[in-house]
Ligand binder design. Structure first.
Ligand code: SAH
Length: 271
């Protein structure tokens, strides 16, 4: 398709307007700007204010209008993140002031992204909002590591789980119970408590040799993939200096990586 036809096809979509006094809760995807949706791009071109999180990359942010106000609302330099209530109140304040507000989050806003809490706060304040889903790291990031979340031969369900509780301090999932389902587990924020999580899963019946993939900075040029086992995951990750942001996949689906990775074209600059 020629560039002109491409531009016309986009124009024909007549994508929605971001109205003054409203908020879009937008998922930016896991990192690769190519995984941004057209709705996200269209919203970024219109927003007066972009309130963004730590996991949103500069290239994506660069799609905002040059004169748009960019407000950072994530964790920076080890400092505690702003209180969720403060962020929600800020969104409400900006909308009430008549701005076109775009709240930009990594991955999908409703998957471990507090987008649900922000939507509830906006609804309670009577502020109209639109949710623009994004590609979540647990699915898109794994795909870039050549690991399908499901295949008919391996699993008919999958568990998305977080390794942190709401406060971020403790780990509250019942790992033994999740293990007993026999389903693959895709873990967000799983690095801090990886040892305890692995122990809980083994207690629940998973073999210590269950394959595990750790994908850090998935879909970005810094992406790294470690294939290991449940028993060795924490030690291997530490040895290689792997840290957040990371997706940890646990289960038979991980074995597909070895078969697919040699042929999977994902990030052009990775060997
Ligand atoms: N809403 C986001 C998740 C936010 S929670 C989404 O849908 O993807 C933050 C966690 O997401 C990180 O600790 C990490 O576990 C995961 N994550 C987000 N982006 C990632 C990336 N590019 N690579 C690996 N993990 C990522």
């Amino acid at each position: 398709m020629s560039d002109v036809l491409f531009a016309n096809a986009l124009a024909d979509l007549s994508l929605p307007r971001l109205e003054p006094g409203t908020v879009w809760l937008v998922g930016a995807g896991p990192g690769d700007p190519g995984l941004l949706t057209l709705h996200a791009l269209n919203g970024l071109r219109q927003a007066d204010v972009v309130v963004y999180d730590a996991l949103v990359g500069d290239v994506v942010l660069g799609f905002a209008r040059p004169d748009a106000l960019r407000e950072f609302a994530g964790k920076r330099g080890g400092l505690p993140s702003p209180k969720q209530r403060d962020i929600s109140e800020r969104l409400i304040e900006l909308a009430l002031a008549g701005h076109r507000v775009l709240r930009l989050k990594g991955g999908d806003p409703f998957v471990f992204g507090r987008g649900g809490e922000e939507a509830l706060a906006l609804a309670a304040a009577g502020i109209p909002f639109r949710v623009v889903p994004g590609i979540t790291a647990g699915i898109g990031g794994l795909a870039y590591a050549a690991i399908p979340a499901t295949t008919r031969d391996t699993n008919r369900a999958v568990i998305l789980a977080t390794g942190h509780s709401a406060g971020g301090a403790v780990d509250t999932n019942d790992w033994a119970a999740l293990a007993r389902t026999g389903l693959p587990i895709i873990l967000y924020m799983g690095m801090t408590f990886l040892d305890g999580i692995a122990a809980g899963l083994i207690e629940g019946g998973l073999s210590p040799e269950t394959p595990v993939a750790i994908v850090t900075d998935a879909t970005s040029a810094r992406q790294r993939i470690l294939i290991t086992t449940l028993q060795r995951a924490k030690v291997d990750a530490r040895e290689r200096g792997l840290g957040a942001p990371a997706i940890v996949a646990i289960g038979e689906i991980v074995r597909l990586h070895d078969v697919l990775a040699p042929y999977a074209i994902t990030l052009e600059d990775l060997a």
